[in-house]
Design a protein. Sequence first.
Length: 276
Amino acid sequence: MMTTPNDIELTGVKVEQAGKLTLDIEHLAIQRGQRVVIVGANGAGKSTLLKLLTGFVQPTQGSGCVLGYFFNNKHCLRARQWRALRARTGQVMQSLHLVGRLSALDNVLIGCLARREAVSIWRSWLRWHHPAIVEQAMMQLQTLGLANHAHTRADRLSGGERQKVALARLALQQPKLILADEPTAALDPAATDEVCQYLNRLAQANATLITVVHDASLIPRLADRVIGMASGKIVLDVSASELMPAHLQQLYQSANAPIPNSSALLIPKPCLAVAI
Ligand SMILES: Nc1ncnc2c1ncn2[C@@H]1O[C@H](COP(=O)(O)OP(=O)(O)OP(=O)(O)O)[C@@H](O)[C@H]1O
């Protein structure tokens, strides 16, 4: 029987920052194409884990392999290898990293810089893109209802509109791994639905999707598997269909944190399963 390869494998990874152990993971394997949601109270280590996967923090101990790139505390990837890995990794982070003075369309086109076949260096310097690529970027903006804002400067868009521009850029990048840190923060319910559908569509195009969420109602919409973190450790790892409200209650109560969107946690089990 064919087994799906792992896009991510971490073994015995510890990360220490400013003398504090911020990540402590015995073993974590995430299969290609899996949709994983990470939950946990503030300071649990969720963002640190995402940063480890893209080389923005280094392991103090242990080893990791992400999209075939192997690293450990002694063998760090070269800058060019991290760049290659990041080119295949789409990120939607809390700070969206849009270029404020560029239009929405130009920001989306930045996504194609990661695709070698789509761009040459001198073209990217001149911001000259093949018409077919511009058409793809316009199509993504249109799908997200932003076609009318294509030529608006990013710093004149609302928070929700900027969030969608970041997603359109992700689509143009065609990543193999998507890391989304609270991708629906500050979005209204309709936009949240749109973004969840959009992320799922990108994941269906054979990408592994890892999303950090605080709002429990997003879990059934974005997860095949749920990982709970506390104090830098993985303390919960279940399939989305096995997730019980009690799991999350325990996770947040042990951190003495308020339970996010507690009404979603009270959804009876069959509803969770149907929504998935
Ligand atoms: N650069 C740093 N130097 C020292 N400690 C750090 C650094 N970055 C994060 N930490 C600490 O690591 C711990 C985990 O932080 P992290 O940002 O990963 O948490 P999180 O689960 O993403 O939290 P949140 O839900 O608030 O975004 C926290 O205690 C934080 O203070």
